[in-house]
Write a protein that binds this ligand. Structure first.
Ligand code: SAH
Ligand code: MG
Length: 195
């Protein structure tokens, strides 16, 4: 049942232009969860629940809290999670992650929200990271734009976004508290570990 639903969600995302994780990206995260024995995950950016469902349904002992600010997507995710009877493993929060207050600690924080907000989200939610925890960020290649010469990018909006993503990459590289590894898979994934 889960496998069929996952295929259905991938189709739905394609048709409705919902930027869910790419396959090799999510598979990388699932491997990572297994290898590091991750149990509590905070996800920022639920969309329709695809990545949360993949993480929660792949492991008996994994729980996910996920935040989404778009009402329609939040409701869609809620429906999908209920259909799979995963409500006891996935807690959805409707709201802007920059305003939400959470006190729990997590051993993995997965940032996959508005790309211009990565740094703000990192700085806010590192307070919710366990001592030995990891922060994973998605879309650091941003469809290949980040490795392009910035002057060759036609769209002003994309240019601004790429600048923000580059700033975030610099922030990660210069952050003394974390060791970050960048992976060229999916749409570009980073893994930051507390030193
Ligand atoms: N993780 C999902 C995809 C998330 S797409 C998956 O792979 O299945 C990014 C989502 O983040 C969008 O639905 C968008 O509405 C949401 N988002 C962007 N900025 C946000 C914020 N500040 N707070 C909460 N949600 C946010
Ligand atoms: Mg993403």
């Amino acid at each position: 049942m889960v496998d069929n639903k996952i295929k259905e969600l991938e189709e739905y995302a394609k048709i409705n232009n919902i930027p869910i994780m790419q396959r090799d990206g999510i598979e990388f995260i699932l491997e990572f969860i297994k290898e590091k024995n991750i149990q509590n995950i905070l996800e920022i950016g639920t969309a329709i629940g695809y990545s949360a469902i993949r993480m929660a349904s792949s492991f008996d002992n994994v729980k996910v809290v996920s935040i989404e600010r778009d009402k329609e997507r939040y409701l869609e995710a809620l429906k999908n999670i209920d259909q799979l009877q995963l409500a006891d493993k996935i807690t959805l929060i409707f709201g802007d992650a920059l305003d939400v207050e959470i006190t729990d600690k997590f051993d993995l924080i997965f940032i996959d929200a508005a790309k211009a907000q990565n740094k703000k989200l990192f700085l806010k939610y590192e307070n919710n990271l366990c001592d030995n925890g990891y922060i994973i960020t998605d879309n650091l290649d941003f469809h290949g734009y980040v490795s392009m010469n910035i002057e060759d990018i036609g769209s002003k909006n994309i240019k601004a976004l790429v600048r923000k993503i580059k700033d975030y990459i610099d922030f990660l590289n210069n952050n003394d508290k974390y060791e970050t590894i960048f992976y060229k898979l999916g749409d570009g994934v980073s893994v930051s570990k507390r030193k």
